[in-house]
Design a protein around this ligand. Structure first.
Ligand SMILES: *Cc1c(COP(=O)(O)O)cnc(C)c1O
Length: 367
């Protein structure tokens, strides 16, 4: 079988170094808010070209805490509106509603699947306070257009970078392009921990300090609580493991690009729509997503030939029971994408022979 993602194989490559990191943490006797986290935060901020990185428990918390901090800072208040793509993983939208802010869903560009800047302005009202953009599947959103709108209407730009660690936009790293960014280090992401983990990057000192306090019971200083905070921290074990993985991130991204370019060259089937790349450095290929009108048949066919694929995502957020209030809204571009997408195997460990085999099978589909 060709697996969708070989997580065991990915981490096995670094077994020695990961084990050393684990031992170092065990022997330190210090497991929360220590040196490993401090080092990782510095290394990741440097990697993302930002002044600050704050480690948190997971990617959803990273986004929740950014918005929560903006509320504490008086930048926004309950009932304010946040623009977000309709075509995203539901976590982007959960972060907004969790803060009692109102998610305003906007259709994506049908080619890149990312937020379509041309669709944003018509949704802006007096209550709009931020644009939360998602670099979906690993490709950077068209940030110049989004930033221009944000400047014009005085909005914050928040990047959901959960799928796009290391992607570049005109020389700038994702995580440094907007005002703040949320990252996930869920094991299957481009930079994955061996458990849950996340981070916020920003160059706004007040925002970083506020998030740091809220994520630690609302406390800047032990036993003094300025906010009704939460406990959302990146522990020493995950920080130590992430430091190892971060040192290989660029190499892994290079390999993902090689796999993607192999698929792009080799797959040629009129029934299949391939992903559109805006610029080589702008895509880190968290997922290789193709489209097909007969998507379910294609998935069954690949499965019967030993190829595991995944659908990202089968049901759009506005059609979920959790968002009953949005169920009657119509987002035709988003709905069509959800009906047609299929993610082929990709990762830092897949061998190119298997990529060739998958491509040939896709080419033979229906022929
Ligand atoms: C994975 C993901 C998240 C959430 O990250 P977790 O670490 O799983 O909480 C948020 N947004 C997007 C786009 C994601 O893919």
């Amino acid at each position: 079988m060709i697996p969708f993602l070989d997580l065991k194989g990915i981490n096995a490559q670094y077994r020695q170094e990961l084990s050393t990191a684990v031992s170092r943490v065990i022997d330190s006797g210090w497991y929360i808010l220590g040196d490993e986290l401090e080092q990782f935060e510095q290394e990741f901020a440097q990697y993302c070209q930002t002044a600050f990185c704050v480690g948190v428990a997971n990617g959803l918390d990273a986004l929740i805490l950014i918005l929560r901090a903006y509320k504490e800072m008086g930048v926004m208040e309950e009932g304010d509106e946040v623009i977000v793509p309709a075509n995203t993983y539901i976590a982007s939208i959960l972060a907004i509603s969790e803060n009692k802010l109102k998610p305003i869903l906007v259709e994506p560009d049908p080619e890149t699947y990312n937020l379509n800047p041309a669709q944003i302005e018509q949704h802006i009202t007096k209550r709009t306070k931020a644009i939360l953009t998602v670099h979906l599947y690993g490709q950077v959103t068209c940030m110049d257009d989004i930033k221009a709108i944000a400047v014009q209407y005085n909005l914050k730009v928040i990047e959901d970078c959960a799928q796009a660690h290391g992607a570049l936009y005109k020389g700038g790293k994702v995580g440094s392009i907007g005002d703040a960014a949320g990252f996930s280090f869920y094991p299957g992401k481009i930079l994955g921990a061996l458990g849950d983990a996340g981070a916020v990057t920003t160059s706004d000192a007040e925002l970083a300090t506020t998030i740091r306090a809220i994520s630690n019971y609302g406390s800047h200083e032990k036993y003094k609580n300025l906010y009704k905070g939460v406990n959302s921290r990146l522990d020493e074990m995950q920080a130590a493991l992430l430091r190892v993985k971060l040192s290989y991130l660029d190499k892994e991204i290079e390999y993902r690009r090689q796999v993607a370019s192999y698929y792009l060259q080799r797959i040629a089937n009129p029934l299949i729509k391939l992903p559109k790349v805006t610029a080589v450095e702008a895509h880190v290929w968290h997922l290789f997503v193709i489209r097909c009108h007969e998507r379910n048949k294609l998935q069954d066919y690949l499965k019967s030939h030993g190829v595991q694929t995944v659908i990202h995502y089968p049901v759009p957020p506005h059609k979920q029971s959790a968002y009953e209030e949005l169920n009657n809204f119509s987002y035709p571009v988003t709905e069509k994408i959800h009906e047609q997408v299929l993610s082929l195997p990709i990762g830092p460990c897949i061998n190119l022979d298997d990529v060739g085999k998958v491509s040939d099978l896709v080419n033979d589909f229906f022929s």
